[in-house]
Design a protein around this ligand. Sequence first.
Ligand code: GCW
Length: 681
Amino acid sequence: AEDGYRMWLRYDTIADNTLKQQYRAQLQQLVATDQSPTLAAARAELTRGLNGLLGQSIKPSKAAQGAGNLIIGTPDSSANIAALKLGDRLNAVGPEGFIITRAKVAGQRATVIAANSDAGVLYGAFHLLRLMQTQSDIAHIDVQSAPSVQHRVVNHWDNLNRIVERGYAGLSLWEWGNLPEYQNNPRYIDYARINASLGINGTVINNVNADARILSDAFLAKAAALAEVFRPYGIKLYLSVKFNSPMLLDDFDTADPLDPKVQKWWRERVKKVYQYIPDFGGFLVKANSEGQPGPQDFGRNHADGANMLADALAPYNGLVFWRAFVYAPEQGDRFREAYDEFKPLDGKFRDNVIVQIKNGPIDFQPREPFSPLFGALQKTNIALEVQVSQEYFGFSNHLAYQGPLFEEALDADTYAQGAGSTIGKILAGNVFDYKHTGMAAVINPGTDRNWTGHTFVQSSWYAFGRLAWDVGLSSAAIADEWARMTFNNKDDVLAPVTDIMAISREAGVNYRMPLGLTHLYAQGHHYGPAPWHDTSGRPDWTAYYYHQADKDGIGYDRTKTGSHAIEQYYPHWATQFAKPETTPEALLLWFHHLPWSYKMDSGRSLWQELVHKYDTGVNQVREMQTQWQELKGKIDPERFSQVEAQLKVQLRDAIYWRDACVSYFASVSGLALPKGSSAPA
Ligand code: GCW
């Protein structure tokens, strides 16, 4: 059971003897102080990690002496580090970065982890452990690292009754019933360690479909207890709030953001929040979306709403993450909605507001073009929101490493300031001059023994954190790191694991919605397919709305003959997306309604290509199964057999997806199944 629980922080003793001896000689004693809870956490993690990895205890020491010192700290907390005069290099890594280097201390070469803040020391400690877990050479180590993005936040969609919205791994981790009394739940600490190991510095602990009671004194006391556990790990606590809280908690007849009574209510509540949680991070708000209340209910706009909360939080340096995920059934094209509502408000938000934008214009689909709001909001702080929880990727049953999806989003070039204006660079602050930027991931760990239900969901959590720290990392390099830490460093383990990870996302696109099809999910649960034309529900919650398939063709026309949504992009993409020939095939049906006979690059017709992709997706799952079998006897039997079983479920579901979609599209197009396909006729 431990195997899944430890995630990537396993610290099993290094198998390679030579390397272990080298490490042992280099790291004999840990020179550290417990001057702050964060430094204590760093020391504790290094002790635990090194004891495990080296298979012997590292000696604690107050001062450097003899050979093999590992010295950690800030210039303030460590005289040794102050004496190294790392000034310029430390300036370069900013408030949260770190340096790991070799330097002469007390006449001997020592290994040094230095930072400007205690949190930086903690991140450096985790980084050194990661290098050792992945068996890197640290003999001449010289690393200088700082996060690309300021706010690296995880979002939980946990309800106060512990049911997790879109959660597939048990109940919420937060045991509200016994909080604040039972604070020392080891799981809270491990949760904090997992996040801190990636440099995640914020957590929003409750669902964006918020329960107003989270701001009641009773819940604030509980949240404060969690904040206290997370604090040493550099993690700030944030809360999702309901916009009409004054009405729900205090019988107000309005929540109009311009009403002085309402403003006063929020000022007083915020003051209360900071009495409970002095370093509280701020609010996350879903407003006027999917039935949630918001400023528009009172004739105001998103900026009016966000700014009112921002003003209440400003005296304490609190932030408002205001979500751009908005759409309504009466709109024309759901794709357009977020941009149409937010672009006109650019520059109208306070500087402690961050507009949080999902990677794509619709909703965490297996593949989306990037949201045109990136690059469009130039005078408004922004954050990117991605989803680790596999709401649209087969829940915790399917294997879908999403590193490639996150990388695709970060590498998407908006052309906002010419070529090279990628979302990653925008978030890193290299394109516009923002006061704050962020990256947020919806994660849904729960009480399952392995936290995430499927071991490989852990890999997407890992990838998110690593990319938020360094937007330039490649998903393949991250997969390699994760596989080494989560399983082991042997080539015959790494090869199959990373091969599987490399194809898993595209496999999931292929057997569900290839060539730019999107949202063919059954309504509500979002697990299986329902491509058929269902006229009973909200149109934008049915598949026909998205695929528009009929006997003549398939796809959503977003060009000038359709919804014009492509005009929301800068000219580079607006021009390319205007014509099917210049639209990447992977996004084709996002932008064009095309005849079934349309000729694809492969020479096949659109219809043949579509079926071919569905078949490919199923075959890729078979390939993943074959690769997984290679691991038999080479990793622990528990994780081996669980993933083996999950892959069987995945194959069953992939076949069902393909068969449902192909036979439905065959029925509307009237076309026969291409030769060689194994889908049912
Ligand atoms: O993806 C959709 C989900 C909802 C979710 C919403 C959102 C929390 O189906 O469950 O609500 O997005 O992001 O607000």
